[in-house]
Design a protein around this ligand. Structure first.
Ligand SMILES: Cc1ncc(COP(=O)(O)O)c(C=O)c1O
Length: 406
């Protein structure tokens, strides 16, 4: 048969979290009230002063191309943000503004990785990371984090996975979907092992401002001190400032790699929307209390939701240290006589109880569900009630492991 698509498409799959959004939308179009726990985005509106900056940009005719890497003003604002958060210094030529953290990671993968390279990342994790590594024709090597250790990202599995062809390590902390982080001393052990090798560390900090309890997490400073010339930091306005739709993120790293990202971006998407660039300046340089207010609300929701769900002991929750996802172990509800996998569970839950969430398979963690609690308290309670009613119906139909029936 004649080839239709490029070979690389055989290696890459579409975003499973986006698929849930599409399925839920189909139900909604039929007039069904779906409780939305699938979307990885804040329910909060973009703060007013940020929107005002977007409006002003339009009113002032700031609606033309900008340099592909972003205006000097926004790149300075990002550099200043990192200086104030972490005490690391970067110049404008070391910053590129991207269409979300996603494009920052994509550009970095394309700029750094190639066929024959191995790139180590952790699972359960955000599915885009290994797919991007594959798009760059490199091979993702997946190391595990474990529920018994709260899914904490630790050095040993990375150190064990390093081979002569390892070219990069991608770490996401706090992590989607587990909310777990890497401790500074663990990152230091990785740095010790790779600092004198030709290995890059790409650090996805997209949830960096959504950490519930203050713990030392100055990963950029540790990297800058020992391997600044082989570190790329990626970040985003999406989650911290409720700006998902504005599509604004960034990569920060040595000038040659940022120049390479710029070359890739200038031939693909060009600059991030000029209006979004102005809005993100307002986000980064304006009042930061909004971030703390949203974080406080996420914490209230996290704690309430865990309380509601765990009234059934077969639903096991690990308390996330950051981000806004609950990664729930439902393996005790799966059964050969009923729902066999967490994907099947998620699918049935959507179609029968109208709660949209993502099965753990999407994150390389069968037996789990990811619940995004970036939604109102009222909807969280409604969703938790629907989940309990759904499980009671499974019990009544003899579809859960009977020995453990609540
Ligand atoms: C771990 C992680 N990194 C990066 C992103 C990118 O988000 P955005 O492209 O909206 O900045 C996401 C979004 O879900 C994420 O979960």
């Amino acid at each position: 048969m004649e080839r239709m698509l490029a070979d690389r498409m055989g290696r890459v799959s579409s975003s499973p979290t986006m698929r849930v959004l599409v399925e839920a939308e189909k139900l909604r179009q039929r007039g069904i009230d779906v409780v939305e726990f699938g979307a990885g985005e804040p329910d909060f509106d973009t703060p007013e002063h940020i929107k005002a900056a977007g409006h002003a940009a339009m009113d002032q005719g700031f609606t033309k191309y900008t340099p592909a890497a972003g205006t000097l003003e926004v790149r300075h604002a990002i550099a200043a943000h990192y200086a104030s958060l972490y005490g690391v210094e970067y110049g404008a030529s070391e910053v590129i503004v991207t269409a979300g953290g996603k494009q920052a990671l994509y550009n970095a993968a394309m700029a750094l990785f190639a066929e024959g390279d191995e790139v180590i990342t952790h699972a359960p994790g955000w599915p885009t990371i290994p797919e991007q590594i594959k798009l760059a024709d490199a091979s993702p090597v997946i190391v595990r984090t474990y529920p018994e250790q709260g899914f904490e990202i630790t050095a040993d599995p990375f150190l064990d996975a390093i081979t002569p062809v390892t070219r990069g390590i991608v770490i996401n902390s706090p992590c989607n979907p587990t909310g777990a982080m890497i401790a500074e001393h663990e990152l230091l052990r990785i740095i010790d092992a790779v600092a004198d090798k030709n290995i890059w560390i790409v650090l996805d900090l997209c949830y960096e401002q959504l950490i519930y309890d203050p713990v030392p997490h100055n990963l950029p400073k540790l990297l800058a001190a020992r391997m600044r010339d082989r570190t790329v930091l990626t970040g985003s306005a999406s989650k911290s400032y409720a700006m998902t739709g504005w599509r604004c993120g960034w990569a920060v790293g040595p000038a040659p790699v940022i120049a390479a990202c710029n070359a890739i971006q200038s031939h693909s998407t060009s600059n991030v929307t000029s209006i979004s660039q102005k809005a993100v300046i307002a986000a980064l340089t304006g009042p930061q209390e909004v971030v703390g207010q949203m974080l406080a609300e996420y914490r209230r929701r996290r704690d309430a939701l865990i309380g509601w769900l765990t009234t059934d002991p077969r639903i096991r929750c690990h308390v996330p240290a950051g981000a806004f996802y609950l990664f729930v172990d439902i393996s005790a509800l799966l059964s050969p006589d009923g729902l066999r996998t967490s994907d099947e569970f998620a699918h049935a839950l959507l179609n029968e109880a109208h709660v949209a969430l993502t099965g753990g398979e999407a994150f390389d963690a069968p037996g789990y569900l990811r619940i995004s609690y970036a939604t109102s308290m009222e909807r969280l309670r409604e969703g938790a009630e629907r989940i309990h009613a759904f499980v009671r119906a499974l019990d009544a139909a003899g579809k859960t492991p009977s020995a453990l029936r609540a």
